[in-house]
Design a binder for this molecule. Sequence first.
Ligand SMILES: [Fe+2]
Ligand SMILES: [Fe+2]
Length: 288
Amino acid sequence: MNADADVLSKIKHASEQDRQCRVVPDFSDIDPGLPFVPEVFTQLYHTSAYDLLNPEQKLRYNQLFGLRSNELFMVFEKGVTRQVIHQLKNARQESDPLLADCLEGMLVEESRHHAMFLDFNRRFLPEGYSNKGRCFTRDSRLEMGVLLTRAKRPGLQPLLLWAVLVLEEFSTAYSRKLVSAETKLPGSLEPSYRRLHALHLQDEQRHVQLDSVLIRELMKNGNPLQRGMNAQLFRFFFRQVLNPRHSGPRVIRYLVTEYPELNRHLADMLRAVRKLGMDPGLQNIMND
Ligand SMILES: [Fe+2]
Ligand SMILES: [Fe+2]
């Protein structure tokens, strides 16, 4: 058995075991008095406009930002990740059934994560998620562009896998940092939010391993021109992911609907966040 086949067998075994014993988490006891994430994960914290909020508003901003991160993960899990992994699984069904089984396990787990994140967000903010799955994000033009590229250019498959890997590395790093922040300072973060990410982390660690196997395989077969093109597109994609200009400002707008007295500071807060070149909260999560 080669090294990758050994890794795949272990992933498949762990995934099946996990599926048998995993219970559906109960998020009926979310504590509204505790923050969801360390302040450094958020955007406004890295600007002087953060001091325009009082302690109650800072707590609420933190919680809304935590919901927005869950929502971003849901968008990845239903969008780019699902599309790419589903296509790869179908392509390998005959030639590599072990890999196809692992990819099927990953799809099942991503659906489970999506349901878990949505359940958490709906329980905490029912008015925002009452009859829809999104509150802070919109259909991503980038995501659409990437999917269209995939459809037209089979040589760009490695780019899409790199994109999936970045998203999964990010969501894994996020969950890992969150769990370890709470371990270092017990009681500092809301326990249900931590539990949600501890469960997410359990599966995502396997997914990142699986993505690496896939990328090694695809890069072996690419020609130098395709590899150069993929590297450039990857850098573009990474900059887009780190850009704070999209869903972050919607969190601020939502906060202002709850605290209308903040309306006079809205323009300053939005300007401060938009001035951030790269998202410092994301950079903090990725730099470990
Ligand atoms: Fe996931
Ligand atoms: Fe994943």
